[in-house]
Design a binder for this molecule. Sequence first.
Ligand code: ADP
Ligand code: MG
Length: 263
Amino acid sequence: MNIEHGIDRKIDRSHMKVSESDIAIQISGMNKWYGTFHVLRDIDLTVMRGERIVIAGPSGSGKSTLIRCINRLEEHQAGQIVVDGTELTSDLKNIDKVRSEVGMVFQHFNLFPHLTIMENLTLAPIWVRKVPKREAEETAMYFLEKVKIPEQAHKYPGQLSGGQQQRVAIARSLCMKPRIMLFDEPTSALDPEMIKEVLDTMIQLAEEGMTMLCVTHEMGFAQAVANRVIFMDQGQIVEQNEPKEFFNNPKNERTKLFLSQIL
Ligand code: ADP
Ligand code: MG
């Protein structure tokens, strides 16, 4: 309230308003069922552009389902998911638009084994985006250099280590020029000595300002990179906070129990 000389002046707060274009993902009142099983309950989550969010929680708490709903690999039944201004409904046009802006990296790299690394990286740009082959290959080399394996371009996935394959999977997503990246336990299938090289790639992406949602058990990564940690249990977001507070001063009993088991 700005009351001057008894006059309640209308304050221009427009400069304080969060502009809609600053919001990358807006989820409100979202619920999802698998058959009769209520897997996600009343999810509210706003992700600002450039945010780096780590999603933690016990196995089966709905972390994968939540991020799979964001690019409609799973369908929600109630509430709203808006990605980059586009609401996810059964409208295929909207689904395509959202998928073109959201990259996803899975625990298992899902590379095509019969295609070279270069072919894996250029397949979607050429066939889905209609990018000329030469240009797609240049882009692919750019991202392979970024993930530090340009020399592997002409090999097949089976000839690469797990860590290298996961970096290829990240590069493949980046070739589609996403505005948001979703990671679902990207290092869980890797041998310990390969985890760091994948996390380093993700840290680099974060430093470049990518909006990221990462489901991970790597709490060191969460502490170093996340600006917010979200804790899920039994289909709900139980607690969220900036990492320091989340780890040092968890409020919820379930969060405390979880942290005591993994730290
Ligand atoms: P998290 O990634 O946190 O381990 P998920 O999102 O994979 O959890 O799974 C949440 C719950 O939903 C689990 O109880 C799981 O068994 C169940 N679930 C996952 N996918 C399906 C599915 N396709 N059909 C039925 N139940 C599923
Ligand atoms: Mg999961």
